[in-house]
Ligand binder design. Sequence first.
Ligand code: SF4
Ligand code: SF4
Length: 90
Amino acid sequence: MFGPLTVKPGASKKNKTGSWRTESKPKFLQKNCIACKMCVLICPEACITGSEKNTYICDYAYCKGCGNCVAICPKQDIIMVKEDTSQEKK
Ligand code: SF4
Ligand code: SF4
């Protein structure tokens, strides 16, 4: 039979998913963040870190541009921006 089709969240830490990110990526504005950690909890790549208000960031090496963090942020403190294709992804 088939093996498991799903993996635990954050399993891609061994596989840099940022290399095939969608055309947009999140930008953490760090202006109105209340440190609710919702973005951390919902990120399927477990690539968002932060502790205090307005300190949250993501690791673009693993971010795949799904937009979940943008959708869930209660303060609209994360926005999606166009990927800069003029240089290698950061
Ligand atoms: S867009 Fe946000 S939720 Fe999705 S992988 Fe990137 S940091 Fe995580
Ligand atoms: S979801 Fe928004 S307000 Fe909450 S910790 Fe993340 S950036 Fe800050």
